[in-house]
Write a protein that binds this ligand. Structure first.
Ligand SMILES: [Fe+2]
Length: 194
């Protein structure tokens, strides 16, 4: 799943506090328990119980979709090899190939890359969710293993796009890097599973 498909509203805690008191605990219409505009439970107990009861199903039917690392492509498969004597020539070829790419296209790739690079935010968001969160950071539960493996798989995407754009010489990388830092620092509020 691409991070782009996760519904979100970044950095706006007010948006999840419909009807909440500023000072007291509150149970929203969707069943989320909120306190001082902070969500303390992402879903009602019956939904938590449902996700916990599905652990066996997730083990048998979800985890098998994870591709072994050794069979996955890696960013380096698509980039000039820095240990090669031909590295600089390969970079020059890459820059020649990308010199005439319209700015509009590059903007799309930059937007994709920034979204991918905010991956820590998505993992954090997933781990706010009752019933599926990674309780220890290395939980053996199938939901937690899926989240970690999905994050690890996704991590390649930003790496590749970042390095590729860097090598083109067409992008103000410092501006992009600042945007990524702002984005991750802002966090996001999710409505997933509400
Ligand atoms: Fe991705």
């Amino acid at each position: 799943m691409d991070p782009c498909v996760i519904g979100r509203e970044r950095g706006n805690a007010d948006s999840v506090a419909n009807g909440t008191s500023l000072t007291g605990a509150h149970k929203s219409q969707e069943g989320r328990h909120e306190h001082n505009k902070q969500i303390t439970h992402s879903m009602p107990p019956e939904k938590v119980e449902m996700f916990e009861s599905l652990q066996g199903w997730a083990e048998a039917h979800v985890l098998p979709f994870l591709k072994p690392v050794e069979k996955c492509w890696q960013p380096q498969d698509f980039l000039p090899e820095p240990s090669s004597a031909d590295f600089l020539d390969e970079v020059r070829e890459l820059r020649a190939r990308t010199a005439d790419i319209p700015d509009d296209y590059l903007m799309c790739v930059i937007g994709d890359m920034i979204t991918e690079e905010a991956l820590p935010t998505y993992q954090t968001m997933i781990n706010t969710l009752d019933g599926v969160r990674d309780e220890s950071g290395a939980s053996p539960s199938p939901w937690a293993r899926w989240t970690r493996a999905w994050t690890a798989e996704e991590n390649r995407h930003g790496d590749l796009l970042n390095k590729y754009l860097y090598l083109t010489g067409r992008v103000d990388m410092r501006a992009v890097e600042k945007t990524i830092q702002y984005l991750i620092g802002a966090g996001m509020v999710s409505f997933v599973f509400s």
